[in-house]
Design a protein around this ligand. Structure first.
Ligand code: HEM
Length: 531
């Protein structure tokens, strides 16, 4: 003790309980940001005998979470979330080891970069109904995004097609992701029982054991969330009506899903969902040690992780457009130039809307739209403290001691709001990404929000490549066809959107009032085509 280096700096702990009173159940990233400004690249807190470490600079996150990934890729064993609430098998909670590697392999098969082009057709097919739902009930935009994101993953992972916002699987997912993110993981996910595991033996009726009574209810919900869509696929397989999907292809022995990278190029234009899997099913996978349990939980992990993150990102995009009409107009002008214009100029835009919806082939010609997407990720910071990693051995970094078992948070919020990295970081300014080679140059690469907002090292988000395509397509499709602006009251006065962030893990804006409508009659026709 006397010879080891000091802990990283941080707020003074109280005797025994440490810094527990410094933690906030909501928006912990705002407090962690203040610590970063006060204490520098690393902040250390102690909760009873557990260390919490916040890494506040790109150098600190890359040095530790990336370069020392073999030490920093475990996940905390949380008695409350994992054992009592039954989440220990979800990918984001799986300890680093064989099971985590098997799960990530499966996710790579479903959503690795080379596979994504196979879903392009499906995304394009789903984006038009999304726009049409948005136009018919714009105030429910978060419901529509939920349906799009959940629907896309449900179709790809379970072969289930969502037909309404009231879909039972979508409702179940919303309820469970809400419980997980805002109840179980509230305040960083540390409960007294995580500090004193013996508390788990308290009988349910015992005063102060309400956490256990809640855990019983939440665990039952989580199991239902994992099992119901999975059992659905099994029964569809039995009936012979299963759509090809990630789960069905892994479950049907003669059609084990095998991903063969050499076949990517010739299939990239595939435009129907079925071909994402079925055309590649003939070759049985030789290395499949996957069992029912792995498939069940991996499928659920991808599904549950895709919904809130996408809702959050796209809600930030809509908010940014409402608050920055000049950005919307510039992006629309770029799209009009590339897609061609026509029509009557119903909307307030200087032009009258694009002639067709954007496709992935247009992307290279739309640098400003790409800049809007990049800036949305930076400005919105969907998961501001990432998810905690656990350190498996004691470590020393720049003369500071980080104890074994520390929970380590990449403080993405502090990085995305660092004026040393991004001038006027609070300002939504896509132009910052247009400076020549802003992202390609070495210095630019280090600033690219994609290097941060999806987490770090061996636990980095496996959904990044899907998001890169699906969110880009939705953003550009909305820009091409819709005007997004402030709503007006009955006197015609603009209503400023009021936004609150009341979450513990995701930075999801509360629903806000805005006006979303087609840019022109022609845009409306384009949206409604095929309805
Ligand atoms: C804009 C959207 C998204 C953002 C910002 C995002 C961000 C993140 C972050 C910050 C993490 C924690 C990484 C870490 O521990 O270092 C994560 C983990 C994860 N994400 Fe995403 N994500 C998004 C969309 C998705 C989608 C669409 C999927 C599924 C298709 C997905 C699946 C997962 C899974 C399974 C994990 C846990 C990985 C592990 O612990 O090994 N995410 N994500």
């Amino acid at each position: 003790r006397l010879t080891r280096p000091p802990f990283p700096p941080g707020p003074n702990p109280l005797p025994i309980i440490g810094n527990i009173l410094d933690l906030t159940p909501k928006e912990l990233w705002l407090t962690a940001f203040k610590w970063a400004r006060t204490y520098g690249p690393i902040t250390h807190l102690r909760i009873f005998n557990k260390s919490l470490v916040f890494l506040n600079t790109p150098k600190a996150v890359f040095d530790l979470l990336d370069k020392r990934g073999s030490l920093y890729s475990d996940k905390p064993h949380l008695v409350m979330a994992g054992e009592l609430c039954g989440c220990e098998n979800m990918a984001a909670f799986t300890p680093y080891g064989d099971r985590a590697r098997r799960q990530r392999k499966l996710m790579q098969k479903a959503f690795g970069p080379a596979v994504i082009p196979r879903y392009h057709g499906l995304m394009q097919m789903e984006s038009r109904p999304f726009l049409s739902r948005l136009v018919s009930s714009p105030l429910q935009f978060q419901d529509h995004i939920r349906r799009y994101a959940g629907g896309l993953t449900l179709l790809v992972v379970y072969g289930h097609q969502v037909k309404s916002n009231d879909d039972p699987f979508l409702n179940l997912a919303e309820e469970c992701v809400g419980i997980l993110a805002n109840r179980i993981a509230s305040g960083g996910g540390i409960w007294p029982v995580d500090i004193f595991p013996a508390l788990k033996y308290l009988p349910l009726w015992f005063p102060g054991a309400s956490f256990k009574r809640n855990a019983v209810i939440w665990k039952a919900k989580m199991e239902e969330f994992v099992d119901r869509p999975y059992e659905f696929v099994k029964s569809e397989i039995k009936k012979g009506t299963a759509r090809p999907s990630f789960v069905s292809t892994l479950l049907e022995p003669p059609k084990l899903f095998s991903y063969d990278a050499s076949t990517d190029d010739d299939d990239s234009s595939s435009s129907d969902h079925d071909s994402s899997f079925s055309s590649h099913n003939t070759k049985a996978s030789q290395d499949t040690t996957t069992d029912d349990h792995d498939i069940r939980w991996t499928a659920n992990s991808m599904y549950s992780a895709s919904i809130d993150t996408t809702i959050t990102t796209l809600s930030h995009f809509i908010l940014a457009m409402v608050q920055h009409p000049h950005v919307l107009r510039r992006a629309q002008a770029e799209l009009d130039d590339v897609l061609g214009t026509g029509g009557d100029g119903l909307g307030s835009s200087p032009r009258s809307a694009a002639k067709r919806l954007p496709t992935f082939e247009d992307r290279a010609k739309l640098p400003y739209c790409d800049a809007v997407f990049t800036e949305t990720l930076r400005w919105g910071v969907p998961v501001p403290l990432s998810l905690p990693h656990r350190l498996t051995q004691p470590d020393t970094y720049e003369g500071m001691y980080i104890p074994q078992g520390s929970l380590v948070f990449g403080n993405i919020w502090a990085i995305m709001r660092d004026p040393g990295l991004y001038q006027d970081p609070e300002v939504f300014e896509p132009e910052r990404w247009l400076a020549r080679d802003a992202i390609e140059e070495e210095a630019g690469k280090e600033r690219d929000p994609r290097a941060f907002v999806f987490g770090f090292g061996r636990r980095r988000c496996p959904g990044t490549h899907l998001v890169e395509s699906s969110v880009w397509l939705l953003i550009t499709s909305m820009l091409a066809t819709l005007d997004i602006r402030k709503a007006r009251d009955e006197k015609g006065v603009e209503i400023e959107p009021v936004v609150k962030f009341e979450n513990a893990v995701f930075r999801t804006p509360s629903p806000f009032v805005c006006d979303i409508r087609p840019r022109s009659e022609e845009a409306l026709r384009l949206i409604m085509e095929g309805e």
